[in-house]
Design a protein around this ligand. Sequence first.
Ligand code: MLT
Length: 262
Amino acid sequence: MQASVNGVQIKYTDEGKGTPIVFVHGFPLSRRTWQKQIEALKSTHRVIAPDLRGLGENEGVSGSTTMDQFADDIHALLQQLKTGPVILVGHSMGGYIALAFARKYPAMLRGLVLVATQSGADSPEAAAGRRTTAGKVKEEGSKVVVDAMTPKMLAANNQDKKMADLVRAFMAPSKPDSVISALLGMAERPDSTSMLASIAVPTLVITGADDIVIPPAESEKMAAAIPGANLKVIPSAGHLVAFEQPAEFNKALQEWLKTVKA
Ligand code: MLT
């Protein structure tokens, strides 16, 4: 499905009926990473998963895409789809976006799931590193990022070649200008740590024990700062935890969903 949102076309999945649950993918990925969650939940929930502006199947964008812009796009899409308040699940960059959404649109949230993400801003060095990477992508294409990220998405001891090929396939279509936009947007994102204490909806913080992109310690810190949050660390999982260990991830998510008001 496709919607016109804030001046761009957004491709999205919208399946099932019931309490709406919205899945926001990470960088430079697409909604395809959530396929196992969509299949598991569509018999009990309305499951919505957009491709973020510029990424996945969407047209490319240029400039810098801020986390607020991505959050505004999701909000506008949900207004069009008349969902009312949703359970929002964000992976990594999708988690940065979920925190921006929680800050801007708290009345649209009934639950929050932060997956392999963090609340802090980039250090000056990390932000400079992203700008350097953006420059390389401009010259050499998205392959720079795809090659660097592919080995980091799964647990280091995961030898499943088919899975690694799929991870690469999720990222490969990313257009260089869009990859640059997201990199610049992440580099300028604000620190969301101080707003964690004000999150007033049930929250699940979930991560892979072997994540080397965003270490599990970041999830522990967020779970400690969000009132009443649950923390789940999935063994034998790297950064793309929901894709790598779907059975364990879905079990944790479904158990937690029982605690969220329908
Ligand atoms: C992601 O998976 O979304 C990114 O690795 C997040 C980041 O680079 O900070």
